[in-house]
Design a protein around this ligand. Structure first.
Ligand SMILES: *Cc1c(COP(=O)(O)O)cnc(C)c1O
Length: 463
């Protein structure tokens, strides 16, 4: 018997983990010394660890558990589908009911004429699909030189060779020979860190116009697409100034550049609409989806494309696909997740109840001596930790305050992530006002403890 031995003592689990399991985005040697926290179960917005601690998960796993943990309906659907048809592919003129139903449902929910879905196993895979699809699209239209995809510094689009190249994370580009050719990065609309003395709206416009500058420099005949998250997630929940997206849309229209909205985080209710592009008022040609598509209960992602893109790509054979494209169990789970999101009015709950309540409490955090700005859209928010609110100057020792704050959160049974000295949240969409109160009070306690520690270690100076 090879049971999953959750009930081994924590120390033994940690030792086995350290011996055999390589953690993603982790300094594994350092983790091995500390020991990983073992999560054993979860329900609603609460995780339980192997020591019995109950932790409020203000990150919804990795931005994905939109409907919350512990929904039996999804487990039941998965078990039923596994018994009926655990696997079949859709490569060779075959299909199956779960993938058909899911594609049709996504087409119904997606705005405009985004009516066609190419499935993948994850957001990274879907963005790899997008790279090949937009280049192939222009080749099929007789413009094979249009191969450059413009993206942004500090964007996150996944961790494979292609999607990691699209992303603008310098730490990722430094390892493994990224980026691939013909990916071009422009600056991000991050006013707090990079806006200097400019007015935020003026700055947003300027950063959008970098796209036009890049198109003109590269040559319109070289540019295939622009890709961006409606709200940057892993980069630190960077909410662009209101002037930014309308200008980007104008530029994409003017030069006939395909617009790819990476909705992997923003999609499925996170911003208070079904998709982030609706919140930002833009009309993408392609949307990348994953994460909230299944609330993380099964690995699945995809590219949702317009009638035009689907017609051009579909005119001949597109030599591309994954063994698990449209996996029947993942598709059935995603479909059930969408049913719950829709029938339980969870997107309405975000827009009308949870987001307004959270916004009020979140923005009030700026009364704390450590918090310079608080930004929030729907159920994704960030606060900037600063030594001096007026100058917006960063800490002399960048990243330490954020790290300490995250440690203090964890010690107070709250999962809040840090990106440098920005603290970010992305809780399950089903969070209630009472649970938001709990989130905020734990966050305040962690901020107080972080502040005390910074004072003690004399780290409260600006760089
Ligand atoms: C997480 C993420 C991805 C990558 O998705 P994976 O499922 O981890 O491959 C892509 N884009 C955005 C915006 C993401 O947040």
């Amino acid at each position: 018997m090879n049971a999953i031995t959750n009930h081994l003592p924590t120390a033994e689990l940690q030792a086995l983990d350290a011996a055999h399991h390589m953690h993603p985005f982790t300094a594994n040697a350092e983790l091995a010394d500390k020991g990983a926290r073992v999560i054993t179960r979860a329900s609603g917005i609460t995780l339980t660890d192997s020591e019995g601690n109950e932790i409020l998960d203000a990150m919804a796993g990795l931005w994905c558990v939109n409907i919350g943990y512990g929904r039996d309906e999804l487990a039941d659907v998965a078990a039923r589908q596994m018994r009926e048809l655990p696997y079949y592919n859709t490569f060779f003129m075959t299909t199956h009911a779960p993938v058909i139903a899911l594609a049709a449902k996504i087409a119904e929910l997606a705005p405009g004429d985004l009516n066609h879905v190419f499935f993948a196993g994850s957001g990274s895979e879907a963005n790899d699909t997008n790279i090949r699809m937009v280049r192939h699209y222009w080749a099929e239209k007789g413009k094979p030189t249009k191969s450059v995809i413009i993206s942004r510094n500090n964007a996150y689009h996944g961790s494979s060779v292609g999607s990691g190249s699209l992303g603008g994370m310098s730490g990722m580009h430094a390892q493994g020979g990224l980026p691939i050719p013909d990916i071009h990065h422009i600056e991000q609309p991050h006013w707090w860190a990079e806006g200097g003395d400019m007015d935020p709206e003026e700055f947003g416009l300027l950063r959008a116009q970098e796209l036009e500058k890049a198109i003109l420099e590269l040559g319109e005949e070289r540019v295939a697409a622009f890709i961006a998250e409606p709200v940057q997630g892993a980069g630190g929940v960077i909410v662009p100034p209101a002037s930014y997206w309308p200008e980007i849309q104008r530029i994409c229209d003017k030069y006939e550049i395909l617009l790819i909205a990476d909705e992997v985080i923003c999609g499925f209710g996170r911003t208070g609409n079904w998709f982030g592009c609706q919140t930002m008022g833009i009309r993408p040609d392609i949307m990348t989806i994953a994460k909230g598509l299944s609330s993380g209960y099964a690995p699945i992602g995809g590219s949702v494309v317009s009638d035009d893109v689907a017609a051009v790509i579909g005119a001949g054979e597109f030599n591309h696909g994954y063994t698990y494209s449209g996996h029947p169990v993942a598709a059935a789970v995603a479909l059930e997740n969408l049913r719950i999101l829709e029938e339980e009015g969870i997107v309405d709950h975000v827009r009308d109840v949870a987001a307004p309540y959270l916004k009020e409490k979140w923005e009030a955090l700026t009364d704390h001596p450590l918090v310079g700005e608080a930004k929030i859209v729907g159920m994704m928010g960030s606060i900037a930790l600063v030594p001096n609110k007026d100058s917006r100057a960063p800490f002399a020792e960048a990243g330490t305050a954020g790290f300490i704050c995250r440690e203090r959160c964890f010690a107070n049974n709250l999962v809040m992530r840090h990106v440098g000295d920005r603290m970010i949240i992305s809780p399950p969409l089903v969070i209630t006002p009472a649970e938001i109160d709990m989130l905020i009070s734990r966050a305040r306690k962690a901020l107080d403890e972080c502040y005390a520690e910074l004072q003690k270690r004399d780290l409260l100076s600006a760089g």
